[in-house]
Ligand binder design. Structure first.
Ligand code: F6R
Length: 357
């Protein structure tokens, strides 16, 4: 039930701090350590390469998950769009493990790959929000998101839950391999949950930004470098699916190779700046678009922020920034859709789970 909320999407955005705490709790053992079934960790350790298969928002979570697994657990990861995998199958490694990320656990495109790789005899793990779902039943192993039912078509809390569970999977695998991740993930995810709360309490400011940047525009660009690029892809997907504004996410450095031609007087460009190593480069990209008339909205992380930034998110561990930088983008999409009288929870042409190929 959505209770006092006008829309499920807003309720689900607000549930994210709670979901984060629920995930930390559920994946902790009695000593406060994060744990995952031994057989899943063994399967990861036996693999020489992981193949993440997903669609839409879950694919975007997979892109972030790849960073975690490669950086923490040092296992190479490829991320593939499920609908492409069938006819564009990459040359597989000797011992692949397939990881399916699916909120619903019912996405036909992802299931088609699961059926196919199972026939080939490869081990499979599903990360889903729905226990007993098709992808969960058919895979060798399952990890649950514990996000509670997600009703709004636009996925919000499932995305952050997927990223959190992937971070835990990466950390536990790293530990099993004797690798040091250099921080206490339980503590860092706790900081993330608190930061999420702060962001969920900043809706008025974000609504104002939506009004200023998105109420009349035809299109909008999201730019970022590194992990911010992936969050930009998700921000663009959220915005287009519920507000029907044409939106695209770009790697900051890629702009000048074509997309910058689309920048006109007043085009909103939302730039993410949460990574110290690329903070100045992304700001350089903002200057390039501003010189061509763009209306820049910089969302930065505390400590990296400059005076001209539109919104500053609280400081969290650099690897975990997608968990919180996505929240203002979800809220922006929500208000952009609302201001344009769109049906927030049930956008046109879309279904919550896509059970056709
Ligand atoms: C976007 C959205 C879709 C889904 C995609 C995959 O907000 O909800 O892009 O992420 O259809 O769905 P699942 O995760 O259920 O496999």
């Amino acid at each position: 039930e959505k209770g006092t909320y006008p829309h499920y999407m807003l309720k689900e955005i607000d549930e994210q701090p709670l979901v984060m705490r629920k995930i930390i709790q559920t994946y902790q053992n009695e000593h406060g350590e994060l744990t995952i079934d031994r057989e899943i960790i063994d399967a990861l350790n036996e693999a020489d390469r992981l193949y993440i298969i997903a669609a839409g928002t879950s694919y975007h979570a997979g892109l972030v998950g790849k960073q975690f697994i490669e950086k923490m657990a040092k296992i190479p990861v490829e991320v593939h769009i499920s609908s492409e995998f069938g006819y564009n199958m990459p040359l597989l490694s000797e011992k692949p493990l397939f990881i399916f990320i699916s909120q619903s656990g019912e996405t036909a495109d992802s299931r088609a790959v699961l059926v196919n790789v199972k026939e080939m005899g490869y081990p499979t793990l599903t990360i889903t929000n729905v226990p007993g779902s098709t992808l969960s039943r058919e895979a060798d192993f399952t990890l649950l998101l514990h996000a509670g039912p997600e009703i709004a078509v636009a996925s919000t809390k499932a995305y952050t839950a997927q990223i959190a569970v992937l971070s835990i999977l990466a950390e536990v695998t790293a530990r099993s391999r004797g690798l040091k991740v250099g921080f206490d993930l339980v503590k860092e995810l706790g900081i993330v949950a608190n930061a999420m709360e702060v962001l969920c309490d900043s809706k008025e400011l974000i609504e104002q930004i939506a009004r200023e940047f998105l109420s009349v525009t035809r299109n909008c660009f999201f730019i970022g470098r590194g992990i911010d690029f992936y969050v930009g892809l998700e921000g663009a997907l959220k915005l287009k699916e519920i507000s029907y504004i044409q939106a695209e996410g770009f790697a900051g450095g890629e702009l000048k190779h074509g997309t910058i031609a689309l920048i006109e007087e007043g085009t909103p460009v939302i730039a993410l700046a949460t990574q110290e190593s690329v903070n100045l480069s992304i700001r350089g990209n903002v200057k390039e678009v501003v010189a061509r008339g763009a209306n820049p909205c910089i969302i930065s992380m505390k400590g990296l922020n400059h005076d001209e930034d539109s919104f500053v998110i609280p400081e969290v561990n650099e690897l975990l920034t997608p968990l919180i930088s996505v929240i203002p983008l979800q809220i922006l999409a929500y208000y952009a859709a609302l201001h344009r009288d769109c049906d927030v929870d049930k956008p046109r042409n879309l279904a919550k789970s896509v059970t056709v190929e």
